[in-house]
Design a protein around this ligand. Sequence first.
Ligand code: GBH
Length: 493
Amino acid sequence: MHGRYYRSSHTCKSLLAVTVTCEDLDFPPGFQFGAASAAYQVEGAWNVSDKSENIWDRLVRDKPELIADRSTGDVACDSYHLWRRDVEMTADLGLHFYRISIAWTRLLPNGFANKISEDGLNYYNNVIDGLLEKGIQPMVTLYHWDLPQSLQDLGGWTNPLIVNWFGNYARIAFSLFGDRVKTWITINEPLIMCDVPYNTGSMAPAIVNPDVGAHLCAKNVLMAHAKAWRIYDKEFRPKYHGELSLANHLIWYEPFTPEDEEITETAREYMAGRYSHPIYSKEGGWPPVIEKIMAENSKAKGYSESNLPAFTKEEIDLVRGTFDFYAVNHYTSRHTQGEEGEEFGAFRSDVPDVGAKYEINPDWKPTTSSWFFVYPEGLRNQIVWLREQYGDMKFIVTENGYARLKGLDDTDRIEYYTEYLKQLLLAMKVDHVNVSGYTHWSLMDNFEWLDGYTSKFGLYEVNFTDPMRERTPRASANYYSKIIKQRKLDICC
Ligand code: GBH
């Protein structure tokens, strides 16, 4: 049992018998600050030029009732046309990097590698060059959930052939942009793109098939990531010297009582381990405890083999070690307990297989997103857990941010990221985890998936009724730029 996870309120002194002073709470030289967005959430221009339909273009038309305000990403922030303003905002903030994603169907309208869109290529060249001209590094995600509908029609992430389709797409992106892009995220949040859609039918492709679909997706995503990493490693790394990883969505699970430690650890293996152990552990493959539970569950449900698709020995070796750093997307936490608990699943996606129940601590402040409660210590605990599981490596927080209603005076957002940054600094300074960067989600308000435009994550407010989509800095934008400039927090430990 890890007693140290029960630390709801503490001072740095009592925590480790080490006093961390205000001066210590500065960010080390070289620490990088950024902000993030994703293609479908900001670009708009869903059908311009030769861009083809992706699974979100399809979902918002076929099932508008799934989106809180029945909105779409058809125009969103119109960053396809207004990218110059986005670049200007990143420069005004003083960001070191800006994380964007490439829309697969904008670059490769067929989904396959046989045709590159000239307009798509120009667009991403413009954004990348525009950032570099201001001294801002582009961090590029290849896949942030907008699968070509043409590939979905062939089974999408449940078809093992997608490993090659994704590899071919990745190779093209590396060859077109690799001279200027040095940090790549292959795939954003397998948990949210496999478990949520196939367990709940809520996000695209909204196919309910929890027993089989979610797990096929999980294996193919890991294989596709590995394929892309190996392509980069062999064909591009020698000349471009970049770094790649996959970004995991991590909900920190804290035991409800000390007796719940074991079930909590199993739940962590289910949520974080499934998408980490194959890549970052020394042994590779699925977490053994999950393999065992899945085999038993599948048998109990009458299946002749485990629904968790096995990795062959070759596949284990192919996936293992395909990282240059660990990319952490973290927002929120849950309390975990055995069967007697109330059900509050993280994203209604992690409940089915391990017999854990999830609850919210009443002290954790709610936000405007139903899944999202504030617990800053969760970030530190999560990163320390990852380091314990998989050993020392470089970590980058690739997403962290806060959901609220509109309004420029967002002091609650400032409090949120200040507290989370403080916990990040404690992980670095007290626990000695190697964290090299922090990314605020998001640069600006955007299409927040099922929440549409009702939940706002932006440092910049976007006026979605204005055809010019005017962007206005919030208090949190000014404050973030101040932290970046002074390289320390205004609070003491
Ligand atoms: C990240 O997902 C994404 O990478 C980013 O695109 C997103 O805008 C940001 O965080 C804020 O949400 O709980 O079943 O209602 C974080 C996980 C994914 C949580 C979607 C909410 C809705 C599905 N989010 N999920 S559900």
